[in-house]
Design a protein around this ligand. Structure first.
Ligand SMILES: *Cc1c(COP(=O)(O)O)cnc(C)c1O
Length: 407
């Protein structure tokens, strides 16, 4: 990545740079190959249709799906909304109960909440301290009137990977549709919608080195055939599921990006997890009172979420200027609320506020990791030196037992 040398990008879970090979594949579709994929009577249209069809096949085959089962969207937010609202509306006569969990992305939780306002019932499963749902709880939550379970493949804040095949099996055995928001896993983890019994799956190009504003929804056509009520009404594109002129350059780019991810998956996985482990090891060698958030034995290779007790995430971000990371109190709103994901895992507000998400990717170097570690260590040490709480902890005082007195 040719950014300013002083800037280090470690926020790949928020978005990724477009791979140059992807950009190159996209460029002709902005100009020379400008056709509308729905134009049926000239070569420009045919070429655009051919390109999107080929992209559909690439994406489908990477998931062990059929091309006709892929609908293009504007991104995972739309895919999640389409899956959840679309199934809920279409199957309302069968039942109005849905199941999800507390650590899902807002693009799942918010459409669920919107359905609740319309009289649907939603069970939000709790997670344990690693971010996992209890599969027995899931089984017990399924009712006669349950129509959809939506559980993500990998979490965007902590990287925890859910046992999607086991979840899919439970849904399948109980005749309930299973949607997974796989945005963080597509191109990184092996996905097989047949083997995993997945009925609907959301993905987004910009989390896998493709462009922003384009994504897809896999919708199973056989065993069972899933039907959706569309959200957008219009020209009947995408077999009526999603009207709107296709984003041809974006779709071409997404397919190229996915293709590269699949071809280089093992190498990327190995290199990136080694860099992530190096970062974690360097931090742990110099700093005490660290806690890793997420399932260390089953998390994305790119992901490292750490709480640095006694320091504030926001102060750390200021101290670490030049390094792009996210904090657990990242303001989704104007207020500084601690991450609901960490809270759901039972992480206290203090530790949630002191958390930083480092996320690495294809273009991260060892040099950048070393520099990030160095800067993080010096910033944490400096902030802790100013913290009376840290001093008390060093003296062996158990802060939980201190009576702070309000007189
Ligand atoms: C980024 C992300 C989304 C939103 O995707 P967009 O394409 O940006 O709308 C949804 N879910 C997860 C898990 C994500 O990481």
């Amino acid at each position: 990545m040719t950014t300013d040398v002083k800037q280090i990008y470690l926020d790949y879970q928020a978005t990724t740079p477009v791979d140059e090979r992807v950009l190159e594949a996209m460029l002709p579709y902005f100009s020379d190959k400008c056709g509308n994929a729905a134009s049926r009577n000239h070569k420009f249209g045919w070429d655009a249709e051919k390109a999107t069809q080929s992209a559909r096949e690439t994406i489908a085959s990477g998931l062990n799906a059929k091309a006709r089962e892929i609908a293009f969207t504007s991104g995972a937010t739309e895919s999640n909304n389409l899956a959840i609202l679309g199934v809920a509306k279409m199957y309302a006569a069968k039942g109005k109960h849905l199941i999800t969990c507390s650590t899902e992305h807002k693009a799942v939780l918010d459409p669920m909440a919107a359905l609740q306002n319309e009289g649907y019932e939603v069970t939000v499963l709790d997670v344990d301290s690693n971010g996992h749902v209890d599969l027995n709880e899931l089984r017990n939550a399924i009712r006669e009137d349950t129509v959809l379970v939506s559980l993500m493949m990998a979490n965007n804040e902590i990287g925890t990977i859910h046992p999607v095949k086991a979840i899919g099996d439970i849904c399948h055995d109980n005749g309930v549709l299973f949607h997974t928001d796989a945005t963080q896993a597509v191109g990184k983890e092996l996905i097989d919608v047949q083997e995993m019994n997945i009925d609907l799956l959301s993905g987004s190009a910009h989390k896998m080195y493709g462009p922003k504003g384009v994504g897809f929804l896999y919708v199973r056509r056989r065993n069972p055939r899933v039907r959706l009520e569309p959200i957008f009404h219009g020209g009947g594109h995408e077999r009526g599921i999603r009207s709107g002129t296709l984003n041809v350059p974006g779709i071409v780019g997404m397919a190229k990006a996915f293709d590269i991810c699949l071809a280089e998956r093992d190498e990327d996985h190995q290199r990136i997890s080694a860099l992530r482990d190096s970062l974690q090891t360097q931090l742990a060698a110099e700093l005490t009172h660290l806690s890793i958030n997420g399932d260390e034995n089953n998390r994305l290779a790119c992901s490292l979420n750490i709480s640095f007790a006694f320091v504030e995430g926001e102060s750390m971000l200021m101290g670490m200027s030049g390094i792009a990371v996210s904090s657990g109190s990242a303001c989704t709103s104007a207020s500084l609320e601690p991450s609901y994901v960490l809270r759901a895992m039972g992480v206290g507000d203090d530790l949630a506020h002191s958390s930083i998400r480092f996320s690495l990717g294809r273009f991260t170097t060892q040099q950048e990791v070393n520099r990030a570690a160095e800067l993080t260590i010096s910033t944490v040490k400096r902030l802790r030196d100013m913290s009376p709480l840290y001093e008390m902890a060093l003296e062996g005082i158990d802060l939980a037992t201190v009576s702070w007195g309000t007189h």
